[in-house]
Design a protein around this ligand. Structure first.
Ligand SMILES: Cc1cc2nc3c(=O)[nH]c(=O)nc-3n(C[C@H](O)[C@H](O)[C@H](O)COP(=O)(O)OP(=O)(O)OC[C@H]3O[C@@H](n4cnc5c(N)ncnc54)[C@H](O)[C@@H]3O)c2cc1C
Length: 387
């Protein structure tokens, strides 16, 4: 089904993304990123130069000023994931969807001036650290504390599973600045690479996204200046997280639709070229019916995500609607990738093939950004009230 959300500007931007990927996201590069467990800085700088990242940074700070227009980000996801470069897509996403928005929407003027120009160019890479070894879904159970001292805070604690956590120059970090677990007991502080007592060097081994780092962070009496308190006021951290979560969830829904579409395309091409019993795999009725199912699911995924992107553009995407988009899209993504792997036969299990990598990458889409159970809980609360 033809999508109707894009105009000429978007299609021109798509050409830029394709050109960038052709030059900088080669198979050789992918293998290097996977061997290193991270995307190299030169590639991120090239992405900044090409205008592929920093889309959400306002123009006055050197970005493209597209924070509310997720269609441009969707094009980056569609093309990058479609090129079999899931890790690169993930690294771009952390910068634009998880780090930059906290500074753009909630940062003080000084914070915007300090961080945004470098975030637009890729000279400064960001990450967002909420999850801890003992608290993920239940974020108000975090233990990392920021104790007020003269001129700033002393931070102690640990975070885990932080995407781009090793490569980040700055980490927007969810900390406790008050007692108990009331929403106003939390704040967001910017932790900077090189601060004494801040260790973000430990990478975790993952099932998928092998070319994109995920790290453990530890904080031992890290002094963080007051200037790094997001928004300049204590006690806003929980509300600030809630403000950006619809965007984070939309981004995962769109990534899932992009991966679903890619799964369909890779599978269609494969079954058209592979033969068994003297026929194309595509000629077996089972294959034809599955392809019909896949194509239809992809259409519905985009219809739903396109609608969500337009709601987001008009600042109307609620937390509940974003939660629905996230869990529904990632559940469909898993089904599509599973069919795709199956129709590739043994090759579907070999990570040289993009379908196998995308299958492994996609598993975490149902876990991070809030698990799909938590998403259903958010939606059900609106239907039947809170437990
Ligand atoms: C590769 C990767 C990258 C990540 N990137 C980041 C990042 O950049 N920043 C960050 O802060 N975090 C990140 N995370 C963490 C991720 O968001 C959490 O893992 C996720 O929110 C779940 O938290 P948890 O692991 O503590 O699981 P738990 O909260 O312990 O949940 C365990 C299980 O219990 C279920 N459960 C929990 N509560 C309920 C409930 N009320 N009702 C029903 N079921 C429930 C969950 O759905 C899940 O199935 C990442 C994780 C991974 C694996």
């Amino acid at each position: 089904m033809e999508r109707e959300i894009y105009d000429e500007d978007h299609e021109a931007f798509r050409d830029v993304v394709k050109e960038f990927l052709k030059r900088f996201a080669t198979e050789e590069k992918r293998k290097q990123w996977e061997a290193d467990g991270e995307i190299d800085r030169a590639t991120m700088l090239a992405a900044g130069e090409a205008g592929i990242i920093g889309l959400s940074v306002p123009e006055e700070f050197g970005g493209a000023g597209m924070l509310q227009d997720y269609r441009f980000r969707s094009i980056v996801l569609e093309e990058t994931i479609g090129a079999g470069q899931g890790s690169l897509a993930g690294a771009f996403g952390i910068q634009d969807d998880l780090a930059v928005p906290y500074i753009v929407h909630m940062g003080t003027q000084e914070q915007k001036e300090k961080w945004l120009p470098g975030m637009a160019t890729g000279e400064i890479l960001g990450a967002l650290a909420m999850t801890e070894p003992g608290a993920g879904s239940d974020l108000r159970g975090i233990k990392t504390t920021a104790k007020k001292v003269d001129g700033g805070y002393l931070v102690n604690g640990a975070k885990t599973f932080i995407s781009s956590g090793k490569t980040a120059d700055m980490v927007v970090t969810f900390v406790k600045t008050g007692e108990g677990n009331r929403p106003d007991a939390f704040s967001l502080l910017i932790l900077e690479d090189g601060m004494e007592g801040f260790d973000h060097s430990k990478k975790l081994e993952k099932m998928g996204f092998h070319g994109w780092d995920t790290a453990e962070l530890s904080f031992t009496d890290v002094f963080v200046p007051e200037a790094n308190l997001i928004g300049g006021k204590e006690g806003l951290g929980f509300i600030q997280l809630m403000m950006n979560l619809p965007l984070e969830r939309l981004s995962i829904g769109v990534a899932a639709a992009a991966a679903g579409e890619a799964a369909f395309a890779w599978t269609r091409d494969y079954v058209l070229s592979r033969e068994a019993f003297g026929e194309r795999i595509a000629d077996f009725q089972n294959t034809r019916f599955l392809l019909a199912d896949m194509a239809t699911t992809v259409d519905v995924m985009w219809t739903y995500n396109d609608r969500a992107m337009m709601l987001y553009k008009d600042k109307k995407l609620t937390a509940e609607e974003a939660a629905k988009v996230k869990f529904w899209s990632t559940d469909r993504e898993a089904e599509l990738l599973d069919i795709g792997v199956q129709l590739h036969g043994g090759y579907g299990y070999i990570t040289e093939y993009p379908i196998a990598r995308a299958y492994l990458d996609a598993r975490v889409h149902r876990i991070y950004g809030g698990t799909n159970e938590i998403m259903r809980d958010i939606v059900s609360r609106q239907i039947v009230g809170k437990r």
